[in-house]
Design a protein around this ligand. Structure first.
Ligand SMILES: [Zn+2]
Length: 393
């Protein structure tokens, strides 16, 4: 059994439920914080657990370059390496190659690119991207796709979509042949006698017979007909979950929403649906109500490092001088450990002084705010299902 998805309640197009992975359950709709290099910058794993995070995202491209897949694999996989016992999803690397490499060369075989770290040459193919993700050992992994640039001509969008479909079939074929190679698949970590850190944390043995789940990715640019075709043909190949990729690449927000809404109509209701790379607190609420189950974005963590807090009263740029003597908590309606303890004046001082703690506290608040937002969304979906007259739709 690779992955189970149980829908508990539907309200309008929205649904709430549970993803059951090899490393624990995830309540959906879920926002997945990004831990690019096996770390959510500035926040230790025990604190991430305390915040209630059930699934993290890691970036295959970055981990492949540093520390390298083989290193992580030899250390027992990503969960054990980073001491994170809960679920992990890795992306395929396609989007980072797309966004970080001006010199990439796309062919039928795959994408040749140069490392942004040292300029060395590499080739990602559907097979090597699967091999890397199997070696890293996340619970959910993604088919190798080409993220179509925006804007693009229709012929270009179609050609790119066709390539992604061929790569999806190759990804699935390779995965089916090699999925037993995941570091935690039936492996008994024999006691070596050497002292190990955290013998239990990050090393909780997955359920017997559990394996990774490979999701397909719908592309098709900003064209509704191509999105429909991409969705239908990806579903034909057959995956335990489906992602909508190629959005948030510079297009207007209304267009993102339109494409998401129309694409969702062509994805099976009983499978999890993952919208990649969104969004603001308002957007994640909106997409959850459209029927999206999973989302990820660097926004809450990256913005935090730049002194931008998301609050119930809107965005707060904590670096501003107006907060220098403000004794209020960052968000008076937030119950997170930062808002219970510290003032805006203190956070402003930390930021202005370039203290490391500024990044940590800002990130903890923003993640708490995003998680609370999704808790409220799940609650409202459950309430709506119990009392349909309360639903705003
Ligand atoms: Zn807070």
């Amino acid at each position: 059994m690779s992955l189970q998805f149980e829908i508990e309640a539907n309200t309008g197009k929205a649904r709430t439920g549970r993803l059951i992975t090899a490393h624990g359950e995830v309540e959906t709709p879920v926002f997945m914080p990004v831990g690019t290099l096996a770390s959510v910058k500035g926040v230790p794993q025990d604190l991430l657990e305390e915040l209630g995070i059930q699934i993290l995202l890691g970036n295959t491209y970055h981990l492949y370059l540093r520390p390298g897949v083989q290193t992580v694999q030899q250390l027992g996989g990503l969960h054990r390496f980073m001491a994170w016992p809960r679920a992990i999803l890795t992306d395929s690397g396609g989007f980072q190659v797309f966004s970080l490499n001006d010199l990439r060369k796309v062919s039928e075989e795959g994408v040749a690119f140069r490392s942004h770290l040292d300029g060395s040459s590499h080739l990602f193919t559907p097979e090597s991207a699967m091999s890397a993700q199997i070696g890293l050992g996340a619970d959910i992994i993604m088919a190798f796709d080409e993220c179509t640039e925006y804007p693009a001509e229709r012929a270009r969008m179609q050609q790119s979509m066709e390539l992604t479909l061929r790569w999806a079939a190759r990804s699935k074929r390779y995965f089916e042949q090699h999925k037993e190679e995941v570091p935690w698949s039936g492996v008994r970590h024999a006691a070596s006698g050497a002292r190990q850190c955290n013998p239990t944390v990050g090393n909780r043995r997955p359920e017997a017979g559990s394996s990774q789940a490979l999701f397909g990715i719908v592309q098709g640019g900003m064209d509704h007909a191509l999105r429909k075709e991409s969705a239908e043909r990806t579903v034909e190949i057959g995956f335990p979950g489906y992602a909508i990729g190629g959005l948030s690449v510079g297009e207007p927000r209304d267009m993102t929403r339109d494409i998401v809404e129309s694409t969702l109509e062509h994805l099976p209701a009983e499978k999890p649906r993952y919208l990649m790379g969104v969004g603001t607190p308002e957007e994640i609420v909106e997409y959850a109500h459209l029927g999206i189950d999973m989302m990820d974005c660097v926004l809450p963590t990256r913005a935090a490092r730049h002194g931008l807090l998301f609050t119930s009263e809107g965005k707060v740029s904590i670096k501003q001088a107006r907060y220098a003597a403000d004794e209020q908590p960052p968000d008076p309606n937030c119950g997170c450990r930062v808002c219970r303890r510290y003032s805006r004046a203190y956070l402003r001082h930390l930021y202005a002084s370039n203290e490391v703690l500024a990044q940590v506290l800002n990130t903890v608040h923003n993640l708490s705010f995003y998680l609370d937002t999704m808790r409220a969304v799940r609650h409202s979906i459950r309430l709506g299902a119990k009392a349909p007259f309360l639903s705003s739709e």
